[in-house]
Write a protein that binds this ligand. Structure first.
Ligand SMILES: Cc1cc2nc3c(=O)[nH]c(=O)nc-3n(C[C@H](O)[C@H](O)[C@H](O)COP(=O)(O)OP(=O)(O)OC[C@H]3O[C@@H](n4cnc5c(N)ncnc54)[C@H](O)[C@@H]3O)c2cc1C
Length: 380
């Protein structure tokens, strides 16, 4: 349900952007029909010259940026209602789900390209080849900066495989929806971390239909943070570990930062020490488990080469069942790796504690509601 009063950029700026709750997902920029929002330092900026919190279109009644935002006011409950027909209880720290499995691509080529089990890429290729989707909004390695990444649209298996694997800097994948629309694509898969995977849900819940209707699948990535490029690739990789960027073949996070080189070397760096390089937009994000995706995927498994897969929506269950029946992915029950599921819960609780305690609206379940909070707060 849309916020009751007519909200606009002024409200979005003061309640989300300026308070540090903005993750930089770019849903507002995609939804803006007047193209007056730009993107700088992972934040939306008003391009008009009237003042950073002013929007002439907002003053005339346009509210699409605020409606699209997956962090605006009672976002979590509104999206839960839209996708699952209910709001979660405080105990549901990883959100609603139907099943948890360990999955991997059946194709050795896809498995080799994937970050964990290649399950995301396997489903994307299957979806493109069977006409379930006509394009994928995801990220690719950046053309400009080595080991950085940027939003991209891919439409075939080759593109999916070139984009596979994880980069731990931020790519605002929803922004690729603008390019996809220019390309005439209208049955998209959106891949992204929780901040991004909630965007189709907020758009649908608040009737930003033009964009909500373009996304057929939302595939989420578990995520506790991303890093600034300067922090991860310059300070840690190059200065502290002495790596040359063109020697790195893979970066991963498994309790610590792991850098793999062409020579087969593995260099590690402590996660605690890396905290200072966290991208500011991640600091207050409460969503570890990509809780509004159709299916969410993570690398928490104790064994290499499998993707921890959380099937959430009816649509997610349906596409998963059909992909399994077609032999695209192999799976084992999640209970084979209870340690991974327990860790996911632990990390989800930790992330939920990051939601700003002094924010009187949109209070995710485990955060206590302040007595001073206005009526209606804390219903998420
Ligand atoms: C920034 C980040 C943080 C993560 N943190 C965790 C974590 O803490 N715990 C955990 O269990 N899992 C985490 N993951 C998820 C994990 O790394 C894998 O993406 C997931 O297990 C799926 O593996 P796969 O082999 O099935 O995916 P693949 O088949 O390799 O597909 C991965 C997809 O992710 C897209 N992608 C890669 N990098 C980015 C990026 N920076 N931004 C947006 N999209 C991207 C690719 O384009 C591709 O479409 C994180 C992922 C990212 C990108």
């Amino acid at each position: 349900m849309a916020p009751k009063e007519n909200t606009q950029w002024y409200d979005l700026y003061h309640e989300v952007v300026d308070t540090g709750l903005c993750t930089g997902c770019t849903a507002c920029i995609v939804a803006c029909p007047f193209h007056v929002l730009g993107y700088e330092d992972y934040r939306p900026v008003q391009l008009q010259e009237d003042g950073i919190d002013q929007c002439a279109h907002g003053d005339k009644g346009c509210s699409l940026c605020t409606l699209a935002c997956p962090r605006f006011r009672e976002w979590e409950g509104e999206i839960d209602q839209q996708l699952f027909g209910a709001t979660r209880s405080p105990e549901q720290v990883i959100g609603f789900y139907k099943d948890i499995v360990l999955a991997r691509a059946a194709s050795p080529e896809v498995l080799a390209h994937g970050q964990d089990g290649g399950a995301v890429s396997a489903l994307l290729i299957w979806g493109l080849e069977h006409g379930e989707i006509d394009g994928v909004c995801t990220s690719k390695l950046s053309d400009g900066r080595e080991w950085d990444c940027e939003p991209a649209v891919v439409t075939d298996a080759e593109g999916v495989l070139a984009a596979a694997g994880s980069r731990y800097t931020y790519s605002a994948n929803p922004l690729a929806m603008l390019k996809a629309a220019e390309m005439g694509l209208s049955k998209l898969a959106l891949v992204g971390m929780g901040c991004q995977a909630s965007a189709p849900g907020s758009m649908a819940a608040r009737r930003v239909n033009k964009w909500a209707k373009k996304v057929n699948w939302t595939l989420g990535l578990l995520c506790s943070k991303s890093f600034t490029y300067e922090g991860l690739m310059v300070e840690i990789a190059q200065k502290e570990l002495g790596l040359s960027l063109d020697d790195i073949v893979r970066v991963n996070i498994k309790g610590k930062l792991l850098f793999y080189t062409k020579d087969g070397e593995e260099l590690t760096y402590g996660l605690k020490k890396s905290h200072v390089y966290t991208r500011p937009g991640c600091l207050h994000c409460p969503d570890f488990a990509a809780e509004h995706a159709d299916i969410s995927f993570g690398g928490l498994g104790q064994g290499e080469g499998w993707t921890l897969t959380i099937i959430r929506t009816d649509k997610g269950q349906d596409l998963w069942d059909r992909a399994v029946a077609d032999g695209v992915v192999e799976w084992r029950p999640g209970s084979d790796d209870q340690g991974a599921i327990d860790l996911m819960h632990k990390l989800a609780v930790k992330s939920r504690e990051r939601w700003r305690m002094d924010t009187p609206w949109s209070t995710p379940g485990v955060v206590p509601v302040s007595e001073e909070a206005p009526a209606g707060a804390g219903t998420a």
